[in-house]
Design a protein around this ligand. Structure first.
Ligand code: NAD
Length: 461
């Protein structure tokens, strides 16, 4: 080992020479104790908040966010994501802070910042690189840095690591360690929380992967999967989300074709699903900042590698078109009875991007409502679950708290069915809102019944 090291040093391999000599004089620090080490989480959103609370159970944890208002809310026991409850927050042994110096206390730093796309659907690595700079400024020797944000393969090692090393002046494998563990939580789903979902871990070396297995077993009961490399772990997560996007796009495209043929796609899926190897996907609006965003990272990666990624790109295009398909469907339901949507009062039930989840970011309700407004409709939106942390659209839409106070409407569109909608609405209440024979577009088919089919110009996929 020593001979090899000196041979490498002799070659005058400048960047490595210093590191090799350091390895002789100063061996790499040991990995922290996975069971008790102090964890800091950067980015306290849907992913980071449950994680920091999980780690706070074994030793005092640090939760860092750039948003002052978020930190103040968390200190007051308020979590607008609804992923953790106020009591959990109040009793958590965690410091919520915007002060980056807090990272100096951490044995492990886990990054859970957003990975959005820009207005041209190109990856925006800005938050990741900003977090990497912050880590570099406060990194201590022996620390393990883990990225959880969803990225295209290579991002952790080729984009984030160089920033950390440059800013800190420390070297991965010599002074600190690197890992990746994609998050797979399913916001709005109380049956599959962080602890219930098997988690993938990968370190820069097998020893780091073993450490991550021990570390995450503190918060995950469903088991860990050790990926063979950081890139494999990165690729696995983005593949999961892209697979979902492509399959939903197929269902959305089939929905449009079957509809023209007078066939209900739900009936087709039920029939096809009687075969054991049919995959169950439904048509729907694909929004949010995971499934509707991550495939663009692969399209961009394909571009860099000379691949067009036609299937992935086409699936994105189909799913982006689906809100407009619903608007055309509504116009079709009105038929010759009126001049398109001009002057029509439309009630849209649902604004968040998925059932029982408050997140409205990149919700496809917004382009749908914009398109109706552009065609002259008066659009009303009711969603008691939605929390508009970043209001993104629906320019002409009136956000209302009580749909009964603003009716009657000429048509109703149910984009998704929160549990509360099932309790609040039925055939009779819907008729009281829009009257008999009004168009009712029910994207999830939740209100399908003989009465509803009889009373409304009803359409479901
Ligand atoms: N939400 C999900 O369902 C989900 C599931 C799996 C993976 N992911 C991935 O996890 C990552 C985080 O997603 P999320 O939904 O938790 O995002 P989020 O927007 O809910 O939370 C991110 C937090 O990071 C903070 N932040 C941004 N830049 C920062 C910086 N430089 N330093 C400190 N804090 C910073 C923001 O203020 C915000 O509070 C993304 O890559 C996402 O694709 C999300």
């Amino acid at each position: 080992m020593l001979v090899n090291t000196l041979l490498v040093a002799d070659r005058g391999d400048e960047p490595h020479l210093k590191d090799h000599l350091r390895l002789i004089t100063e061996p790499p620090p040991p990995l922290p104790d996975a069971a008790t080490c102090r964890v800091a989480v950067i980015g306290l959103g849907y992913v980071g908040l449950p994680l920091v609370l999980g780690f706070a159970k074994a030793s005092r944890a640090i939760g860092l966010d750039i948003s002052k208002s978020k930190i103040e809310e968390l200190r007051r026991g308020i979590d607008f994501t609804g992923e953790v409850n106020g009591e959990e927050l109040r009793v958590a042994d965690a410091d919520f802070t915007t002060d980056t110096y807090a990272l100096r206390e951490a044995d492990v730093v886990i990054v859970c910042v957003p990975t959005p796309v820009n207005s041209h659907n190109r990856p925006d690595y800005g938050p990741l690189l900003a977090a990497s700079r912050t880590i570099g400024q406060h990194l201590k020797r022996g620390c393990v840095v883990v990225f959880e944000s969803t990225v295209d393969p290579g991002t952790t090692e080729e984009r984030c690591l160089p920033v950390i090393e440059q800013v800190s002046g420390l070297k991965e494998g010599v002074d600190f360690y690197l890992g990746y563990s994609p998050e797979r939580i399913n916001p709005g789903d109380p049956t599959r929380k962080l602890a219930d979902i098997k988690k993938i871990v990968a370190g820069s070396t097998p020893a780091v992967t073993d450490f991550l297995e021990g570390l995450y077993s503190r918060v995950v009961n469903a088991g860990l999967f050790k990926a063979t490399s950081i890139r494999v772990a990165e690729a696995a997560k983005i593949l999961e989300n892209t697979q979902r996007d492509v399959n939903i796009a197929l269902m959305n495209q089939m929905m449009a074709l079957f509809d023209k043929m007078g066939i209900r796609s739900t009936d087709v899926i039920a029939a096809a699903g009687s075969k054991w190897n049919f995959h169950h996907y439904r048509p729907g609006l694909v929004g949010g900042h995971c499934i509707a965003v991550d495939p663009y990272f692969l399209v961009d990666a394909g571009r860099r590698h000379g691949l067009a990624m036609e299937l992935v790109a086409a699936a994105r295009a189909v799913n982006e078109q689906t809100p407009h398909y619903l608007v055309e469907k509504l116009e079709e339901q009105f038929g010759a009875r009126r001049n398109g949507l001009q002057g029509a009062r439309i009630l849209v039930l649902g604004r968040s991007f998925k059932e029982d989840c408050p997140d409205t970011r990149n919700s496809k309700c917004f382009p749908m409502m914009d398109a109706m407004w552009n065609r002259g409709a008066e659009v009303f939106n009711f969603d008691p679950v939605a929390f508009d942390d970043h209001f993104e659209g629906g320019r002409g839409t009136k956000i209302i708290d009580d749909p009964f106070a603003h009716g009657p409407y000429d048509a109703v569109i149910v984009t998704l069915t929160h549990t509360v909608f099932r309790h609040q609405f039925d055939a009779a209440t819907l008729v009281s809102l829009a009257g008999k024979h009004a168009p009712l577009i029910d994207m999830r088919g939740s209100f399908d019944s003989p009465e509803v089919r009889d009373w409304f110009r009803y359409w479901r996929p």
